[in-house]
Write a protein that binds this ligand. Sequence first.
Ligand code: CUA
Length: 315
Amino acid sequence: MTDPNGTIFFPPQASTVAADVDWLYYLIYYVCLAVFIGVVFGGGYFVWKYRNRPGAAEAVPISHNTTLEVAWSVIPLFILIVFFAYGYKGYLNLFVSPKDAIEIHVIGKKWSWSFEYANGKTVPSELRVPVHKPIKLIMNSQDVLHSFFVPAFRLKQDVIPNRYTVITFEATRTGTQTIFCTEYCGTQHSDMLAKVIVMEPAEYKAWFDKSDGPEPGVPMADQGKKLFSAYACVTCHSAAPGGATIAPALYHKFGTQEKLSDGQQVLVDENYIRESILKPTAKVVAGYQPVMPPFEGVLKDWQISALIEYIKSLK
Ligand code: CUA
């Protein structure tokens, strides 16, 4: 029941609440299984035992039986109180954060996750946390309903626009786990994935203290390429030749003329790309829907420059 390597039903347990969640799940499962077997086999047995046979006595209807009625009310009541008590304990562990919890903001948007740390560090698609430390996630959506789900942590919470939701966990082993979105949020919902990387505290601290500016010595276009996949731009925009997608393909796009939905033409230059990243609905390309979320306030200036350099390099 508390197999740390996972079972056929569950991935490995990687947080402090995982064992409790699994234990409660199995408790409910086995109690329901016992009730199910009792009802089905008991019912079947009585059908067989009291079947109509020649010469059988007529059944006498019973209107009530106090002992039986009290028993079938009180016994389930106690079983449900046990379920509730364990469930409530688990609920408190997930939703009441210890005072010393490390706070990390989680932003969901179609169709990626990004994570903001206390020192201003903002990282797309990768949540890094130290092992054996309580973490409090403060979550918000920039567009529609999403849901933050880490199966290995038994952690799931809706992420809602215009409202913060909070969830707490403590990872019990280092390594990488997958974050899913479990609220249908549009065409690329199933690609709305991210990673949570659990690190040794010292390793985490070194990473946390490192600046998140551009990496010295790495060409801007290469850094742009990383951002392009980290911010999941690639889910909608093809960067390779061909590749029709739900947004304009970007191969060989720089320097060309683009036809807009209002009939105007625009030159694809640095200004146009910058505006299209920050305010995608300002100029919509003919034949496409205005579905891209704005990246204003999400990307830093050097990141926008890196993305522009990357798009320029696609030829
Ligand atoms: Cu976000 Cu599904």
